[in-house]
Design a protein around this ligand. Structure first.
Ligand SMILES: [Zn+2]
Length: 691
C-alpha cells in the first residue's frame, strides 16, 4: 500500500470514511509520526529560530497528525470492530509517546524560548500561543534536572498505572456483584428492567422464578427508584456505596490506590514548585487559586442550603403522610422522591416524546442558531464517503454574501444521531478539522473548521419519524454549543482556534448556554409538533415541565458541592492521607454542607473515578463554575430577548469566535460588560426568596 492509496493520507481534508479499513491505520499513523519527528528534529536544530522555521512546521505536522488520528478515533467510536479497536489502541500508544517526547525536547524548548524573547516580529496572538506552549513544557517537567527529572517521569508512569487500576477496580467490582432474588420481590420495578433481570438469572442457570440484579446503572437506578421492597433497596444500596472497597469486595479494594495516587500527586506538585496539587491543577484553568474556588463553593452552599432543607422537609412529610415511613433512610430517598415527583407533576416522558419528532427538533435548533449568529445551516454532500448511511452533512454559511455574491463558508459538520450496536454510548462534539491559516511560500490557505456531532438517540421505527425525549433535546443543544465553539471560531492559529487552549473550567460555557433554549416557550412552540395530530406543545404541558424542572434542586446542588469541596480539600493536603484520614475529611465536609447524611459505613471515595481516574482532580468544581458563567451569559438574552441578534452577534464575537486567543474571563467581561455573578444561576434554579 502506498501513501497515495491510503485513504487516511490521500487528502488534505477529511478521508473517505467509507474506504478506511483497520489495515490503513498503522501505516498512516507511522508515516505521520515520522513526518512529525522529522519536523521536530529540524526545528530543534535551527541556528536562528523564528516562528516560521520552528513553530509553523511543527503546527502543520501536528495538525495533520491530529486530524488523521482524530478520524481514526472517531471511526473507532461510531463504527467499532475488534480489528479497528486494536488498530486504534496501538496507534494511541504511539501517539501518546510522540507527544510525551515532544514535551520533553529540551532543544526545542530552548528555541521556543528564544523566539518568545525576541522583542519584535510576533503578533500578539503568536506571543500568547508561545507563552502557553512554554507553560505546557514546564508542566511536563522540562525544567527538572537529574534525579528530579527521573523521579518526575517515574511518578507520571506510576500515576497512569494507578489511575487505570482504580477505574478497572470500579468496573470489576460492579461486574462481580450480583443479587439473586425471587421475581416476586421486584414489585414496582418497570417490566423491561424485570425482564432483563430474569434473563440474566436464566443465563446464569438459576431456578425458574428468580431474577439477578446488578449494580449497573440500567438495573440499579430503576430498582432504587421503583422497588417497593425496602429491604431489597437496602441491600442494593449497600452494594453500591461500598463498591471497590474492602467492605464491599476486598479483591477490588481501591483504598491503597487512593493513598498512592494522592501521595504521588503531592510529590509531583512539589517537584514542579507548587505548594499542593490543587494549586498545580489550577494553573491552566480559569480559577486562579484554590481559596477562590473554596470560597465560591461555600458561598453557593450557603445559598442552596435553605432550599435543600425545604426539599428534605417536604420529602420527609410526604413519606410520613403518604408512604407511611417515619424515618427516611438513605435507600428510601430515590424511591420516595420519585413518588413525590409523580404525585406533583404527573409528567409522562412517553407523552412528551410525541411532541419532539426529529425534523421539528432540528428545524427548531437551526432556527435558534440562525437567528442568533447570522449564519445559515444548509444540507450538503460530504466531500467524500461517510461511515454510515444515516450520517448527514451540513454547511454553515454566513448569512451575508461576500464580494463574489456567494454566501461564504464558515464551517461544516457531520451529524450522526442514532444509536447503533457498534457505536459508543453518550453524545459528544469533536473536532474533525480545526480552523487554521496555512502560510505557504507565497500563498495563504485557510482551512475552515469541520465538526463531528454524535448522539445516541432512538432511530425511526415503523415508518414513523424518530421521536426524542426532552432530555435528548437538551443533549442535542448542549453538543451543538460545543459544535458552535468549534465552527464559529475566527482564530487562524492552530493551538488557539476552536477548543485550543480554552481553559478547562470554561469549556462548558457554550454548551450549557445552549441548553437554556430547551426551556423557552418562544423556542419550544416552534420546535414541537405532535407526531400524530401535528399540534405544537400545549402551554399547559410546558408549564408543568417548567414546574418540574427544579424539583429537589436544593438537594442535588448540595450534593454536587459536597463532591467538589471534598475533591478540592483532598488535593490541598500536603501530608500523606491514609484511608481513615480521607474518610475523616469527607465527614468534615459533610458536617459543613450536607443536609442528607449518608451512613458512615458508605465508601463513596473508593469509587470516585472522576478525581482518581478521570481528569477532574481538583477540578470537580468546574461543573458549577461553568454553570455560573453560562447562566449569567444567558441572562443577557433574557434581558434583551432570547433570540436577540444583537446579543447573539456579541456572544459570537466575544466568546465563540475567540477560542483560546484570550482568557475566558476577558471573553466573559467583554460580552457581559462586568464580571460573572451567580444571581442568574440561583434564579434559574428557583433559589430566590428563602434566607
Ligand atoms: Zn459538554
Amino acid at each position: 500500500m502506498t501513501d497515495a492509496t491510503n485513504p487516511l493520507l490521500a487528502t488534505d481534508a477529511l478521508p473517505d470514511f467509507a474506504r478506511v479499513t483497520p489495515e490503513h491505520v498503522a501505516p498512516a499513523i507511522d508515516h505521520l509520526l515520522a513526518e512529525g519527528r522529522a519536523a521536530i528534529a529540524r526545528a530543534a536544530a535551527v541556528e536562528a529560530p523564528t516562528w516560521q522555521n520552528v513553530v509553523e512546521p511543527i503546527a502543520r505536522a501536528n495538525e495533520r497528525l491530529g486530524r488523521v488520528f482524530g478520524a481514526v478515533g472517531h471511526l473507532n467510536s461510531v463504527v467499532s470492530s475488534p480489528a479497528l479497536r486494536d488498530a486504534y489502541n496501538a496507534a494511541l500508544e504511539k501517539v501518546t509517546a510522540y507527544y510525551t517526547e515532544l514535551g520533553l525536547n529540551r532543544a526545542l524548548y530552548e528555541r521556543y524560548r528564544a523566539i518568545a524573547e525576541q522583542p519584535s516580529g510576533l503578533t500578539p496572538l503568536e506571543r500568547r500561543l508561545l507563552a502557553l506552549e512554554l507553560r505546557d513544557f514546564r508542566l511536563s517537567g522540562i525544567d527538572l534536572e537529574g534525579a528530579d527529572r527521573e523521579r518526575f517521569h517515574a511518578i507520571n508512569e506510576a500515576l497512569a498505572r494507578a489511575s487505570a487500576r482504580f477505574s478497572d477496580n470500579v468496573l470489576d467490582a460492579v461486574n462481580a456483584w450480583t443479587l439473586d432474588v425471587p421475581v416476586a420481590e421486584l414489585a414496582g420495578v418497570p417490566p423491561d428492567v424485570q425482564a432483563a433481570a430474569v434473563e440474566r438469572a436464566r443465563a446464569a442457570g438459576l431456578a425458574e422464578g428468580m431474577a439477578r440484579l446488578t449494580l449497573q446503572a440500567p438495573c440499579y437506578t430503576p430498582v432504587m427508584q421503583y422497588a417497593e421492597s425496602r429491604s431489597l433497596r437496602e441491600r442494593m444500596y449497600r452494594g453500591y456505596v461500598t463498591r471497590a472497597s474492602a467492605e464491599g469486595d476486598p479483591r477490588f479494594d481501591n483504598g491503597p490506590l487512593m493513598e498512592e495516587i494522592l501521595r504521588l500527586r503531592q510529590e509531583e506538585a512539589r517537584l514542579l514548585g507548587y505548594p499542593d496539587f490543587a494549586a498545580l491543577s489550577l494553573v491552566p484553568k480559569m480559577a486562579e487559586r484554590p481559596e477562590q474556588v473554596l470560597a465560591f463553593l461555600r458561598d453557593m452552599a450557603a445559598r442552596a442550603r435553605p432550599y435543600a432543607e425545604r426539599d428534605l422537609a417536604e420529602l420527609t412529610a410526604f413519606a410520613r403522610e403518604r408512604l407511611g415511613l417515619d424515618r427516611l433512610e438513605a435507600w428510601d430517598l430515590s424511591w420516595a422522591s420519585e413518588k413525590l415527583r409523580l404525585s406533583r407533576y404527573a409528567l409522562s416522558e412517553e407523552a412528551l416524546r410525541q411532541y419532539f419528532p426529529e425534523d421539528a427538533v432540528l428545524a427548531g435548533l437551526w432556527r435558534v442558531i440562525e437567528s442568533l449568529f447570522g449564519v445559515r445551516i444548509v444540507p450538503a454532500e460530504p466531500p467524500a464517503g461517510r461511515w454510515h448511511p444515516d450520517v448527514r452533512y451540513f454547511r454553515v454559511e454566513s448569512a451575508r454574501v461576500d464580494d463574489t455574491g456567494e454566501p461564504s463558508l464558515v464551517g461544516e459538520f457531520y451529524l450522526d444521531l442514532y444509536a447503533r450496536a457498534d457505536k459508543q454510548g453518550g453524545a459528544w462534539a469533536d473536532t474533525a478539522r480545526t480552523r487554521m491559516l496555512a502560510r505557504g511560500v507565497d500563498s495563504e490557505r485557510l482551512a475552515t473548521p469541520i465538526a463531528f456531532l454524535t448522539c445516541n438517540f432512538p432511530a425511526p421505527v415503523g415508518g414513523r419519524p424518530a421521536l426524542f425525549s426532552h432530555d435528548d433535546v437538551i443533549t442535542l443543544f448542549h453538543e451543538f454549543g460545543h459544535g458552535l465553539h468549534l465552527l464559529l471560531t475566527e482564530v487562524d492559529l492552530y493551538g488557539l482556534s476552536g477548543f485550543g487552549h480554552v481553559e478547562w473550567d470554561a469549556v462548558e460555557l457554550p454548551s450549557q448556554f445552549m441548553e437554556n433554549y430547551c426551556w423557552e416557550w418562544e423556542v419550544l412552540r416552534h420546535m414541537t409538533r405532535h407526531v400524530d395530530t401535528g399540534e405544537p406543545l400545549p402551554r399547559e404541558l410546558f408549564d408543568r415541565m417548567i414546574a418540574a424542572k427544579n424539583f429537589q434542586v436544593g438537594l442535588t446542588t448540595l450534593r454536587q458541592l459536597e463532591f467538589a469541596l471534598f475533591d478540592m480539600e483532598l488535593h490541598r493536603a500536603t501530608e500523606p492521607l491514609d484511608c481513615a484520614a480521607i474518610l475523616r475529611l469527607l465527614e468534615r465536609v459533610r458536617d459543613e454542607v450536607a443536609v442528607v447524611r449518608p451512613p458512615a459505613w458508605g465508601r463513596m471515595p473508593w469509587s470516585f473515578s472522576h478525581i482518581f481516574a478521570g481528569g477532574y482532580a481538583a477540578g470537580y468544581y468546574s461543573y458549577k463554575w461553568a454553570e455560573v458563567l453560562s447562566a449569567d451569559a444567558y441572562a443577557r438574552f433574557e434581558e434583551e430577548g432570547v433570540l436577540s441578534p444583537k446579543a447573539g452577534a456579541d456572544f459570537r464575537r466575544e466568546v465563540l469566535a475567540r477560542g483560546g486567543s484570550r482568557d475566558a474571563i476577558e471573553n466573559f467581561v467583554a460580552f457581559r460588560g462586568r464580571p460573572p455573578s451567580i444571581d442568574a444561576l440561583l434564579r434559574h434554579n428557583g433559589m430566590t426568596g428563602l434566607q
